[in-house]
Write a protein that binds this ligand. Structure first.
Ligand SMILES: Nc1ncnc2c1ncn2[C@@H]1O[C@H](COP(=O)(O)OP(=O)(O)OP(=O)(O)O)[C@@H](O)[C@H]1O
Length: 344
């Protein structure tokens, strides 16, 4: 790396080569070095996300260059904030456990793209060689089986349990839809039956060896999320939000529920964060990013900011979600893996 820091350089590379720049980023109010997404972004990208004017960005660059040449920057260097991090119980999970990590995907509000994020996170993890399963905890409104085009009913496994269906890419899937005669049949069940089905999907299904079991939850803070948090060995929770949702109390309710049940939020994902035109212009259709607020509300890192992509709905509807590729989701999976590996 040259001895001049320029706007196109990746924040992670800059702070790795020049650790004394971390305090300058923070002195300028740029928390990217403490954030999984930001640290892989360019300085220009980080400045844009945090709404820096061009003058403010140039001042940041000038200060970064000042400290690497032993000069005094214009702002008082500030110590990087220490986040809550990942508790040790996640890191010291029993190495003999067949399912290494059980991660619940939650959001307080429906329609923010939680199932889609679960599905695409699974796809990206699988592409990176991980063994992945998805337990569709949305018993009354399941969508995972349709998204992956997994049809047919589960059979009995060799050990006498239930054999999950497998997607084309090798993701193990268990969803209530697989037990319905017609996909459109309603599941009219009261809370205790929903809870019982979720527990059975975990304990009676022969998941085999998995690196990650992702549990897609229905919205809200009622029976299904409570059952998952209390009856399943959940190692961590990923909270999905979208820019406009944060303005409401709903995401906060979900976060409070996880905290009340002594769960651990391992990361937050901001879905529908922006729309990008083919020539690279970005529009924040649902409003300005709230990624920074999500991070401070949860104390967990921002794992990804995902774009709105109209082609996704068509692929999901036709059971071809595994054909989708977008860099933002690969980055989400990489951040997810590295966040769960963070040692403190
Ligand atoms: N980033 C995106 N780009 C385009 N479409 C999206 C995106 N995220 C979600 N969608 C679409 O929005 C709709 C709602 O998404 P999804 O079902 O994943 O939400 P959800 O939070 O799981 O909803 P619920 O909890 O109510 O079931 C789906 O049709 C999905 O394909």
């Amino acid at each position: 790396m040259a001895d001049t820091i320029t706007a196109d350089m990746i924040i992670h590379d800059v702070v790795t080569k020049y650790p004394n720049t971390v305090k300058v980023f923070h002195g300028h109010g740029l928390p990217c070095t403490a954030c999984s997404v930001g640290s892989r972004e360019s300085i220009a990208g980080g400045a844009r996300t945090h709404r820096f004017t061009p003058e403010k960005r140039d001042q940041l660059l000038s200060d970064l260059n000042a400290v690497i040449h032993g000069e005094i920057p214009s702002v008082a260097p500030k110590k990087a904030p220490v986040g809550k991090g990942i508790p040790l119980n996640i890191l010291s999970a029993d190495p003999n456990r067949k399912i290494k990590q059980v991660i619940a995907i939650m959001s307080g509000k429906g329609g923010v793209g939680k199932s889609l994020v679960t599905g695409l996170l699974a796809v990206s993890l699988r592409r990176q060689g991980q063994r992945v399963g998805i337990l569709d905890g949305d018993i009354t409104g399941p969508s995972i089986a349709r998204m992956f085009g997994t049809t047919g009913s589960p059979t009995k496994s060799a050990s006498g349990g239930i054999e999950p269906l497998r997607s084309k890419g090798g993701i193990k899937v268990m969803s209530m839809n697989m037990f319905l005669e017609k996909e459109s049949d309603p599941v009219v069940w009261r809370g205790p039956m929903v809870s019982s089905a979720i527990k059975q999907f975990y304990s009676d299904v022969d998941w085999g060896d998995l690196d990650y079991l992702l549990v897609d939850l229905p919205p809200g803070t009622s029976d299904a999320p409570m059952t998952v948090m209390q009856a399943l060995p959940v190692d961590g929770v990923v909270v999905v939000s979208s820019p406009q949702m944060l303005a409401t109390m709903i995401v906060m309710k979900c976060i409070h529920m996880v905290q009340q049940l002594k769960g651990v939020i391992v990361g937050v994902v901001e879905n529908m964060a922006y729309f990008e035109t083919p020539n690279g212009e970005r529009y924040e259709i649902f409003g300005a990013s709230n990624g920074t607020e999500l991070v401070s509300m949860t104390g967990a890192p921002l794992l990804g900011q995902l774009p709105i992509d109209p082609s996704l709905a068509a692929l999901c509807d036709s059971g071809r979600v595994e054909e989708y590729y977008a860099e933002a989701y690969e980055l989400l999976a990489a951040n997810f893996i590295s966040t769960l590996k963070i040692k403190r």
